[in-house]
Design a protein around this ligand. Structure first.
Ligand code: 2M8
Length: 459
């Protein structure tokens, strides 16, 4: 256990508190992000949870990932939510009767026995599986953990690289803001503006039973989320014909096409792709460990890194941006997503250095005006220190950037960020997110990934 952070007694208390949160949110086979607001299993939450749990129970960390992977679809996608059948339908919206995975997702190979959503989340899983293995290789080998998860993780990456390369430039696209995980980021405002919202009376927001309205997305945002998800569902969760170019192609080969209007949502996001790349490197390590060779996977990860730089890097701004495939071009909003590629080992040195400068500069203020990395540009017109992914600081993104800083030799910066994560996780009662200036807790408390990533940084 490291020193500092107010001494080892408070570190021990922090450790105990984090373990208590994860115990309270454990359902027997997986962990809910939060009992009230998010009472099911979420995909990238579970990956972060496993990364923390491996320090206290490698067995439970393995189970967390295995439970998620059991809900994988035949086409390789890992659904963003796996529903707990014992939770009442009205406890979370959208519920299984909205997604109708086992019927609407049949052609895409949705499982029959478990209900899931039909969209995905960032691919942190192979990275998590590798870190979980390394925490207790003996247990992992005895249980055949990697041998069992490897084919599923490989199918997941195959799905993203082949079925989701909607822009044709080698990167994976997201087709819904919930897929990228930063639901109401200002980066989505322009691509979402084209979407006609579903009428407010057609759904009921269960999230407002648990979270303050001013900390959450707006009703207008939700109308658009619902419209996009319903359209994807009604198209059988198929990934063809979702961009202008894709639709023209679909028309040409004579299949039933949509109208040819660019009314969908298809975005290449820097964090989503950076996590795919980090996970592809992890998959290479897993292949090596299993006696195969990871070389082809490392090479693929390098190709993806080159595509990321080619398509999303802006040298003048010193950060990555989202590419809107239907609106054409980079979205000029500075989101924390554009800094996350710092965690990549294969990043050119000058890009890593520029990202560190941007992180410390006026837009993110790390080490000067902010305590943790804000989710969005402090100077941006849409900045709001309390509203979800439009400004507040989240613990998972700071954890990712702490790794990135350490990887690129910024040890003092990494250490300061680590200390800030631990301080604020403790003082906010493991909040979902915090005001980036004051550290005041927002959203729900007792939030699983905050507790799990705290554990990871305590160890
Ligand atoms: C938030 O997203 C869900 C929809 O997936 C919601 O708002 O209901 C996001 O913060 C997402 O990144 C996270 O995985 C999820 C559960 O913690 O909550």
């Amino acid at each position: 256990v490291p020193h500092a952070i107010g001494g080892s007694a408070s570190l021990r208390a922090l450790h105990r508190g984090a373990v208590a949160v994860l115990d309270a949110n454990w359902t027997g086979a997986s962990t809910v992000p939060s009992r009230g607001l998010y009472p099911h299993q979420w995909s990238w939450d579970s990956a972060f949870v496993a990364i923390g749990l491996r320090h206290v129970s490698p067995r439970r960390a393995q189970t967390e990932l295995e439970t998620l992977l059991k809900a994988q679809w035949g086409d390789g996608r890992i659904p963003h939510i796996v529903f707990n059948p014992s939770v009442p339908l009205d406890a979370y919206f959208p519920s299984p009767d909205f997604w109708r995975s086992s019927t609407a997702g049949r052609a895409a190979g949705a499982p029959r026995t478990v209900q899931t959503s039909g969209i995905v989340q960032p691919p942190v899983h192979a990275l998590a599986a590798w870190l979980v293995h390394r925490a207790d290789p003996g247990l992992s080998r005895a249980r055949g953990f990697l041998a069992r998860v490897y084919p599923r993780l490989a199918a997941w990456h195959r799905y993203l690289v082949h079925r989701r390369d909607l822009g044709g430039g080698g990167l994976a696209s997201v087709v819904h803001p919930w897929e990228q995980g930063m639901d109401n980021s200002p980066s989505w405002d322009a691509p979402l503006a084209r979407i006609t919202p579903a009428p407010a009376r057609s759904f009921r927001r269960a999230d407002l039973d648990h979270g303050a309205a001013e900390d959450r997305p707006t009703d207008l945002d939700y109308g658009r989320y619902v419209r996009l998800a319903a359209e994807y569902r009604d198209a059988g969760y198929a990934d063809t014909g979702r961009t202008r170019a894709g639709r023209a192609h679909t028309d040409h080969v004579g299949r039933t096409s949509h109208t040819g209007r660019a009314d969908g949502f298809a975005v290449e996001d820097p964090a989503f792709n950076a996590l795919l790349i980090a996970s592809e490197h992890a998959l290479a390590h897993i292949a090596d460990e299993l006696g195969a060779t990871g070389a082809a996977r490392h090479a693929r990860a390098e190709r993806l890194t080159a595509a990321l730089v080619e398509r999303l890097w802006d040298p003048a701004e010193g950060m990555f941006f989202c590419r809107d495939l239907n609106g054409g071009g980079l979205v000029p909003e500075r989101g924390v997503s554009g800094l996350v590629p710092l965690l990549l080992p294969g990043l050119p040195h000058e890009i890593a250095a520029a990202l560190v400068r941007t992180l410390r500069g006026p837009h993110f203020g790390l080490g000067s005006t902010t305590r943790l990395v804000p989710s969005y540009d402090l100077l941006g017109e849409a900045f709001d220190p309390h509203r979800y992914w439009r400004g507040p600081a989240w613990f998972n993104t700071s954890w990712l950037l702490e790794r990135g800083l350490a990887l690129h030799g910024e040890h003092a910066g990494a250490q300061a960020l680590r200390r800030a994560v631990l301080d604020l996780a403790g003082s906010s009662d493991f909040a979902e997110y915090v005001d980036p200036y004051t550290g005041e807790a927002c959203g729900t408390t007792g939030f699983s990934w905050t507790a799990a990533l705290t554990l990871d940084l305590v160890h």
